[in-house]
Ligand binder design. Structure first.
Ligand code: MG
Length: 203
């Protein structure tokens, strides 16, 4: 059970991100929200996966869901239903329905017309860009809102995805196994959205 001090900390981080101009908080799933890598092949129970949600991610997501931020999950996992059910179960007290979930599914992303799914190599070089583009398009179509690249913050354990995100002018934060709310708070404090500063990568 998280302490109320942790909840306050998470809310402060979210407020800081909003003040700095972040509009979309994008979460990777494997090794980011949860501390395991499911490989898109989780066969155990939902309860067991829920127990793997990092406590700091639980707090951060809860605070983000109660805020004006747009929240999305951008993942190469194909297990859309599993992640959707997990969010409904873990964040039932919060506005979990606003989470935009972009998984790699059988029909997405697709390559050129009539050429089937996009090759794995193309997906790897684009990091989470296609996922984030999809999210931005959804927000435009549903809210008429135009999000600028630098208004997106990606949290991902994969340094390559974070580097590609910065190349596309987003902000990104590399999630490590030692992640905690203090580390997020320090990042949020030094964040300068206009300048999109480089992120220190800890091993
Ligand atoms: Mg990951």
């Amino acid at each position: 059970m998280a302490s109320s001090a942790e909840k306050v900390k998470a809310k402060t981080i979210i407020r800081e991100l909003i003040c700095k101009g972040i509009k979309i908080l994008a979460f990777d799933f494997d090794n980011t929200i949860v501390r395991v890598h499911t490989g898109g092949e989780w066969k155990s129970s939902l309860e067991k996966l829920e127990a793997q949600i990092r406590p700091c991610m639980k707090e951060l997501l809860s605070a983000a869901l109660e805020s004006s931020l747009h929240v999305c999950i951008v993942t190469f996992s194909e297990q859309f239903k599993l992640i959707e059910d997990l969010m409904a179960s873990a964040f039932t007290k919060y506005n979990y329905k606003k989470i935009l979930l972009r998984c790699n599914t059988k029909h997405w992303p697709r390559g050129e017309e009539g050429h089937g799914p996009l090759p794995q190599i193309a997906m790897m070089t684009l990091g989470k860009e296609q996922h984030l583009s999809w999210v931005v398009t959804q927000l435009y179509q549903t809210h008429g809102e135009l999000i600028k690249p630098q208004e997106i913050l990606l949290l991902d354990d994969d340094e390559r995805n974070c580097r590609i995100a910065r190349e596309f002018n987003h902000n990104s934060f590399v999630v490590t196994d030692s992640i905690n709310l203090k580390e997020f708070a320090d990042y949020a404090k030094q964040l300068d959205v206009d300048l999109a500063p480089p992120v220190t990568v800890s091993s």
